[in-house]
Design a protein around this ligand. Structure first.
Ligand code: HEM
Length: 438
């Protein structure tokens, strides 16, 4: 695919985890998951074969839909194909017992609509242009400018943990209103990756993912609880948290535990997801000169809209994952009335193949060519249907500003040696250094 190779994590780790101890090694793939990782890295040939010859494969209680129309049908039919994440979300939102649920763990219904309304009242659409964009630009420019000088001419930066993950964390601090100490920043990102992996990328219920996520959840909840207490005591800052606390007077369901669950949901949706998305974009740009040239040209022209399009078109070639998981709540015929119609039995676990759908030439024109001017309907990067990403505009703003800061640098390229090789934490991009001229 590109000259970028992947190395497993090499940082020192603790082998045995004690209860409550957070162990990075718990996140690394082993056994079967290494094979799954391989398919995950290079899936296009396999998806093509399936779309053409076996579009709705089923095996051992699992189903996979691969064509655009069938993926859309499944994700639009959320009453039948339900989100399976609620128990895990609730487990991470309190200890020992289940805490409140959050959007991606909820089925359609009054609770879901109330949660969505309150979240959108706290995270207002106007904030994206007024607060998130300038904050992302400020943090990204500073990090890129302060990178290590390796000689008189060249700077080097770990573009993932040092930039792509760090900027969202700083936005959680200044926009959300979380009290994240400087010395906690790196761990905070890793804890969130553990929580996201356990909740959304763990259909086989890997016990080591659970162990890491429970330990991470305790630590993240402590930061969120501390932030709620301090904001109530003396904060006047115009943050999301301050808005949520002000809303409490009129909203009896908005207890501190619910506020904590909303914040945790919106941080777990943000930091790890943007790390994965922007990490994949960076890999694509560095590996494919045509993608890089288009993005660089947009960045240098100061054309943010065009840059966003270039970046998300690059991501279409390497999205977050093959697609979201669902569980089938009643027997249902997918693609009814066609030659490929297939009955999915109640209880079947299903993967809605959004990655494959975005390459289905029955619906997407010339899917293998890089075209930033595609219609929005070609994309399922942010999902489809009821659970379409509530943070999409925040994501676009932060990622665009972060890449802009990098792409305007002279001769942006991979760093030499080991630093220039992608390292992953579980399936998440973790470290990849770039260099540029002063
Ligand atoms: C480029 C970055 C991002 C991508 C590619 C992305 C992708 C997605 C996808 C595919 C879904 C649907 C999952 C499903 O149907 O199972 C989703 C939902 C969601 N995302 Fe994002 N996301 C991103 C950034 C964010 C950010 C920045 C936030 C928060 C600030 C966020 C919060 C959420 C939430 C809360 C949901 C659930 C919405 C619901 O159930 O109604 N995401 N996202």
């Amino acid at each position: 695919m590109s000259e970028l190779t992947t190395e497993a994590a090499t940082e020192p780790v603790v082998r045995e985890s004690l209860p409550g101890q957070f162990n990075l090694q718990d996140l690394q793939p082993t056994g079967w998951s290494k094979w799954l990782q391989w398919i995950y890295d290079e899936p296009h040939w396999l998806f093509w074969l399936l779309r053409e010859f076996w579009p709705i494969p089923q095996l051992k209680g699992w189903a996979f839909v691969t064509r655009y129309d069938d993926v859309a049908e499944v994700l639009e039919n959320d009453v039948v194909f339900q989100v399976p994440f609620g128990d895990k979300i609730r487990k991470l939102n309190d200890h020992p017992g289940p805490g409140p649920n959050f959007l991606l763990g909820m089925q359609r219904g009054d609770d879901y609509w109330e949660c969505q309304r309150q979240v959108m009242q706290a995270f207002q659409r106007d904030d994206v242009a007024k607060i998130v964009t300038p904050l992302a630009a400020k943090f990204s420019n500073k990090i890129v400018a302060d990178a290590a000088k390796i000689n008189d001419q060249t700077m080097e930066l770990d573009a993932i943990e040092g930039l792509i993950t760090r900027v969202p964390i700083l936005i959680c601090r200044d926009y959300y209103g979380l009290e994240i100490q400087q010395q906690e920043e790196i761990d905070f990102g890793r804890w969130l990756i553990a929580m996201s992996l356990y909740t959304f990328g763990n259909p086989l219920d890997n016990p080591s993912y659970e162990r890491a996520a429970i330990a991470a959840g305790m630590r993240v909840r402590a930061i969120v609880d501390r932030s709620i207490q301090r904001a109530r005591a003396h904060s006047r800052a115009p943050t999301v948290l301050a808005r949520l606390l002000a809303m409490q007077h009129k909203e009896p369901t908005l207890t501190d535990k619910v506020i904590s669950a909303y914040l945790i949901g919106m941080i777990t949706g943000f930091v790890p997801t943007n790390t994965m998305a922007a990490g994949h974009m960076l890999v694509m740009l560095l590996g494919r000169p045509k993608f890089m040239d288009a993005a660089r040209e947009a960045a240098r022209a100061g054309d943010d809209k065009r840059l966003t399009r270039c970046l998300f078109e690059a991501m279409r070639f390497m999205p977050l994952n093959p697609g979201p998981f669902r569980i089938c709540a009643e027997d249902y015929v997918v693609a009814a009335g066609t030659a490929r119609q297939t009955t999915i039995k109640k209880g079947t676990k299903l993967l809605a193949g959004t990655e494959s759908a975005m390459f289905d030439n029955r619906r997407v024109v010339r899917p293998r060519s890089f075209n930033p001017d595609r219609p929005q309907t070609d994309y399922m990067l942010f999902g489809h249907g009821l659970h379409w990403c509530v943070g999409a505009y925040i994501a676009e703003a932060q990622i665009t500003q972060t890449f802009k800061a990098l792409l305007v640098q002279k001769r942006l390229r991979l760093a030499d040696g080991r630093n220039g090789k992608l390292k992953t934490l579980g399936p998440f991009p973790w470290h990849l250094s770039v260099k540029y001229d002063v």
